[in-house]
Design a protein around this ligand. Structure first.
Ligand SMILES: [Zn+2]
Length: 404
């Protein structure tokens, strides 16, 4: 078992890391189980916060090679409704034209490249083989990227005017090394475009679905800007795109070798206090959820989850409620038949919701699509079935019943 070795903040490098909460031994959420009797990889999930720069981060215990998905069908959807607007901003801010070159790092960047491909040259960066159309996963890229490989790539392909890095920064165990690598990909006057999830709402609302071993860093606008300041990236444009699930911090930065004065002065103690509150509230919320679900099960009968992704995995394991759940529903053709990590709950198709005598279905899906999903199961509702959600932004949020 790897020991918790974090000493220095991954953002500011100071030796001022404090544990917010130790969630104990947890599995890797993308490691679905085929044979339950085989030994399962588990690791200590510990959320920390730097007392100097306030960035929330995981302790550095999990090797990146362990996080790389074992199944090629594991993909994560990122919010995209803002991309027309964001691609237009990138085009304008970076002053792009037909001669300009834009690089994307992973499959998550393909949809921005697509929006720009008729206006400039777009290239998918790829260190794994020579196929330029290969869609690289985030963890795969982070496991293979190195300064030497970047230099080789630049030698062959030249530098870009813009590099797109959507939803990858929060996955980096060594963000400064990562920034050093991607800075090498852009021209001296070039731009690097980032998107990261905004964790502020989740931290304020004590939403523990936020925690995921693939997210090493939990940014708010303030902590993200501090990273850019230390990493000598100048913020040229910033938009916080609002979403039900979590907002997106979308930033266009300029490669810059001097420190930027763009940053606003802010109150670190406010961020530190909400970090402490986030940690201190966990046991209370966990006990309330556990008590409520146990009562539901005793009074109503069978209970299932919907959505066999990392959020259901985290919720079930952190809240310690696997004994109260019959199975997890997911119609992803590759997931059916597997067992969920650690809880070993079976993953079943949605036909069981109409066939079996299930009374409670707890949704672990994006609240933006739950209405559509529910409308397909009128017969379940007609015979007294009830939907709840684990998301605070849903009208069906489970805590609405617990806190009233
Ligand atoms: Zn720090």
């Amino acid at each position: 078992m790897p020991k918790n070795t974090i000493k220095y903040c991954k953002i500011c490098g100071k030796k001022s890391i404090k544990t917010i909460y130790d969630y104990g031994l947890q599995p890797i959420c993308n490691r679905y189980i085929v044979k339950p009797f085989r030994e399962e990889y588990i690791y200590p999930l510990v959320l920390c916060q730097c007392q100097s720069c306030a960035t929330m981060q995981l302790s550095d215990t999990l090797p990146i090679s362990e996080v790389v998905p074992r199944f090629d069908w594991v993909k994560y959807n990122e919010p995209e409704q803002h991309l027309d607007n964001f691609a237009e901003s990138i085009y304008k801010v970076a002053n792009l034209n037909f001669q300009s070159k834009v690089y994307g790092l992973t499959y998550k960047d393909s949809t921005i490249l697509k929006r720009l491909e008729t206006k400039c040259e777009t290239v998918k960066v790829n260190f794994i083989n020579d196929s330029s159309n290969l869609d690289t996963g985030v963890e795969h890229l982070l496991a293979t990227i190195s300064f030497d490989k970047i230099k080789d790539f630049v030698k062959k392909n030249g530098c870009a005017d813009v590099v797109i890095a959507r939803h990858i920064l929060e996955h980096t165990q060594n963000p400064h090394q990562f920034l050093k690598c991607i800075k090498e990909l852009v021209k001296p006057s070039g731009y690097i475009v980032f998107e990261v999830p905004d964790c502020e709402r989740a931290i304020n609302s004590k939403d523990y679905n936020m925690i995921w071993e693939e997210h090493v860093l939990y940014f708010t606008k303030q902590t993200l800007f501090r990273l850019f300041k230390i990493g000598s990236l100048e913020v040229e444009s910033f938009v916080n795109y609002p979403y039900d699930l979590e907002n997106v911090l979308a930033v266009i930065t300029k490669k810059n070798n001097k420190h930027s004065d763009y940053l606003i002065q802010d109150d670190i103690s406010k961020e530190l206090n909400r970090g402490i509150e986030y940690g201190d509230s966990f046991i209370d919320i966990c006990e309330k959820v556990k008590g409520y679900i146990t009562t539901l099960r005793q009074n109503l009968g069978r209970l299932v989850f919907w959505g066999a992704g990392h959020i259901a995995c985290t919720f079930i394991n952190l809240m310690g409620i696997s004994n109260e759940i019959d199975c997890v529903i997911d119609d992803h053709p590759s997931k059916k038949g597997f067992l969920m990590p650690l809880s070993h709950l079976p993953i079943r198709g949605s036909d069981i919701l109409t066939d079996m005598d299930i009374k409670i279905c707890i949704l672990a899906i994006n609240p933006e699509i739950e209405k559509k999903l529910i409308s397909k199961f009128q017969s379940y509702l007609d015979r007294g079935g009830k939907f709840l959600s684990i998301y605070p932004s849903s009208n069906l949020w489970i805590m609405n019943n617990i806190l009233k």
